[in-house]
Design a protein around this ligand. Structure first.
Ligand SMILES: NC(=O)c1ccc[n+]([C@@H]2O[C@H](COP(=O)([O-])OP(=O)(O)OC[C@H]3O[C@@H](n4cnc5c(N)ncnc54)[C@H](OP(=O)(O)O)[C@@H]3O)[C@@H](O)[C@H]2O)c1
Length: 333
């Protein structure tokens, strides 16, 4: 197995997951850009050395996780897939390509078992994954008519450089100085702002919001699914929160929603009103599942419900989802 982008936020998380599973270090190739060649990367008790990307070497491995952005993905993925390597790409390069399945295994994993099996699979945007994993048991049981979601996304969703920018800017501000932003359009320490992706002048939607809509419709195979996102960055290092308002096709209750969610292995309900124990970004870090709480009926009295979701965008939102796809693609028939 090879990870391209192994020194990045997603790549490092993929290494940590593989090492945690007991995957042998000798079976992992870690690749990054030229500037990282020779960098040592922790892999459990062992160390891997980052190599420059090399297509010939990548053709020799059975599976490749691409976590190096859309440009690198466009350059490598089609050629690797043609030569028979199983490839999962975490960038946006192929998410809208109808010839490339876009997969969350718990929801549309059947796409991976097509005959012949796909050689190239795209992993969805981290916000889409976290939302849809939490909603899936409810969608199956009650049907979803309308979903509104406001995201609270950690800065590391924009990669390692964004994490460093948050740390440096927070320290500077505490020391009484200000630093010009480099990764984001605004200072990210002690600040909340709309997601930094470009805004479509016609629709007013930014790219993150557009992706959440388009990807949800593809994954659910519902071209008219009503999903209304608003995406924001918050000054957190890791994990994403989502405040969600939902209307179901069937009638239900708060208790029934809790029961359905609690039975799902990919969701943990944290909803203790008496103790104010609810999901938070810190609680979600490092977890494979998605946390759901604040489950309540809308005070509007229109039969809709509200809830609060938190998930680790680097784990299920990126590296874990990609590795689960590769697990299925490489498992014997
Ligand atoms: N962060 C998230 O929450 C998240 C979630 C879902 C999907 N994604 C997607 O996953 C991808 C990686 O994101 P990230 O957050 O991990 O970014 P990141 O922290 O900036 O890491 C980027 C990685 O790509 C490598 N890289 C850059 N240019 C390269 C090149 N020309 N050849 C080989 N390697 C190259 C970098 O190597 P150097 O260290 O040598 O620069 C680094 O390992 C992106 O497409 C992103 O959209 C990210």
């Amino acid at each position: 197995m090879a990870i391209v982008g192994a020194t990045g936020a997603v790549g490092l998380e993929a290494l940590a997951i593989l090492a945690g599973r007991g995957h042998p270090a000798s079976h992992v190739v870690a690749m990054a850009s030229r500037r990282s060649v020779g960098q040592e990367l922790r892999f459990g008790a062992e160390m891997l050395v980052a190599e420059t990307r090399d297509i010939a070497r990548l053709r020799d491995v059975d599976a490749v996780l691409l976590a190096a952005g859309a440009r690198v993905a466009r350059e490598l993925a089609p050629e690797l897939a043609r030569s028979g390597t199983r490839v999962v790409d975490t960038s946006a390069a192929f998410r809208g390509d109808p010839a490339v399945p876009l997969v969350i295994p718990e929801i549309n994993g059947a796409e991976l078992r097509r005959v012949p099996p796909p050689r190239l699979v795209a992993a969805p945007n981290c916000s889409t994954i976290i939302l849809l994993v939490a909603l899936e048991p409810l969608r199956r049981r009650f049907g979803l008519e309308h979903v509104e979601v406001t995201t609270f996304q950690a800065m590391s969703g924009a990669g390692q450089a964004a994490t460093r920018e948050l740390e440096v800017q927070t320290r500077a501000r505490l020391d009484g100085s200000t630093l010009a932003p480099e990764v984001f359009p605004e200072p990210c320490g002690f600040n909340v702002f709309p997601h930094e992706s470009p805004v479509d002048p016609e629709t007013g939607l930014n790219v993150e919001e557009r992706e959440m809509i388009d990807e949800t419709r593809r994954i659910w195979n519902e071209p008219d699914a009503r999903i209304v996102p608003s995406c924001f960055r918050v000054p957190a290092l890791r994990a994403h929160g989502q405040s969600v308002a939902l209307r179901f096709r069937k009638r239900t209750s708060v208790d029934e929603i809790r029961r359905v969610l609690a039975r799902d292995p990919n969701v943990t309900v944290q909803d203790e009103r008496e103790r104010s124990l609810f999901p938070s970004l810190l609680r979600a870090i490092g977890r494979d599942d998605v946390l759901v709480g604040r489950i309540r009926q809308s005070p509007a009295g229109d039969g809709s419900f509200q809830l609060w979701i938190c998930g680790d965008h680097l784990r299920k939102g990126a590296a874990l989802n990609a590795l689960q796809i590769l697990d299925t693609l490489t498992e014997p028939p």
